[in-house]
Design a binder for this molecule. Sequence first.
Ligand code: HEM
Length: 408
Amino acid sequence: MGPTERKVLTCEQISPEDPQEKNLVMEEDRGILRDRLVRDQIWIATATAIRLRLILLHKTALQTDRPFSLITCRPVLKTKVERSTDSFTMGSKLVASFLVFSVLATVAYAQLSETFYESSCPGGPAKVAEVVTSSIVRDRTLAASLLRLHFHDCFVRGCDASVLLDGPNGEKEAFGNKNSLRGFEVIDDIKRQVEALCPGVVSCADIVALAARDAVVAIRGTNWSVPLGRRDGVVGSAAEANNDLPPPFADFSMLSAMFSRKGLNTRDLVVLSGSHTIGFVSCATMQTRLYNFSSTSATDPTLDPNFANTLKRQCRVGDTTTKIKMDQTKFVDTWDFNFYSNVLRGKALLQSDDALKRNSNSLKIVQQMNRAGSPFNAEFGRAMIKMGQVDVLTGSSGEIRRRCNAIN
Ligand code: HEM
C-alpha cells in the first residue's frame, strides 16, 4: 500500500519531570486528555468525544504507561505521512521520533479559532486589515511580500513570528530572507496600532497570518478565514531557516520532502506555489538559471528559449539588484492562476516552480489548477489555513510579544 496521510496529535512535553522522557503520545482511550486540556484552557471542543490514553515514550523506545497528570504537555497537530495505514501498530510507532495519536481531522483545527479575539480584542483583526490595506494602496508590491512573510514564518519553527526577531543569527539573516524578505515595517506598524487598542493581547504570529490574508484580499485576490490564537516564539535561528526554507533550485523530491516535514502534501505544495502568480524575483536569484546553469548548457534548457531571452534582457549578466515580475504575462500584479500555465509552458521563473510538472502526481494537480473554472482560489484558502497551523504555539507556550522584532 502506498503512503497515506493521517492527522496526528503529538503531545510535546513542555515541563519534563524526567529529561529522558522526551515525548508523550496519546492513543485512543478517552477522557483524560479532555480534562487536562480543559484545565490548561486549550480550546478543543471537538475532542470531548474522544478519549485518550497516554503513553510515555522513553528515548530508549521503552514504553511505559503513566498517568497523564504527571506530565505537562502541549498538543500539536501534524499531518503525518504513513507508509501503510495497516501497519499502524504501537510497536512501530513508539520507536518513531514522536508519538502520535489518530484523531479526527476536525480536531486538527481545534487549537486555533477564528473568534479567538472576539472578547479580548474585538477590533484587532479589523485593525490589521486597515493597516495592510493602506500600506498596499501606497505600495502594491507589499501584498506579495506580506504573503511570503507568513510562509517563511511558518516553515521555520512553526508560525510563531520567529522570522520577525532581530539579532545577529536571526532568521532575517538566512539565505532565503536576507535582502529579499520584505514587509517587516508594515507588521511593526500594525503591532503598534493593535497594541494601542488592546495591549499584550494579539500575537505577532497572528498578525502575520492575518496580514497575509488581508494582503491577498487587498489586491482583489481570494479570501479565507484565519484561525487565530497563535503565540509568539522566543527563538529565531538563521541556521534553522537555511535548513527549512526551500531553495529556488529545489527539484520535486526536495520540495516534496521539505513540505512533508511540515505536514504539507503535494497538493498543498502545488497550490501554495500558486502564490508565485504575484510578486518579484531578484535577478540575483536568476543568474544561475540564465547564465551559469551547467557545464553543457549556460541557460537552463527547461526554460522556453524565447522566454529565456526575454528574461536575459531584464537580468543582465552579473545583475544582482534588479527585480523582475514573477508572472511575466501581465503588467500589473493580479491574483489569478496564470502561474500554472506558465509552469506548463516553460515560463516559470524558478526551477522549483518548473519542478512541479516533473512528477506525475503534481503535474496532474498543476493541470487541474490550470483548467477553466480552476479550483485554485478555494484550494488556496484551504492550504493557507493548513500552512498557518504548522507547529503553532498555543495555550501557555511562548508569549505575546510587546514589539514584534524582539522578545519581551
Ligand atoms: C515551494 C517552494 C518555494 C520556493 C523554492 C520559493 C522561492 C521563492 C523565491 C526564490 C522567491 C523570489 C525571492 C527573491 O528573488 O528575492 C519567491 C518569491 C515569492 N514567494 Fe516563494 N517559494 C516557494 C513557495 C512559496 C509559498 C508556499 C508561498 C506562499 C504561500 C510563496 C510566496 C512567494 C511570494 C508571494 C513571492 C514574491 C515576494 C515579493 O515579491 O516580495 N512562495 N519565492
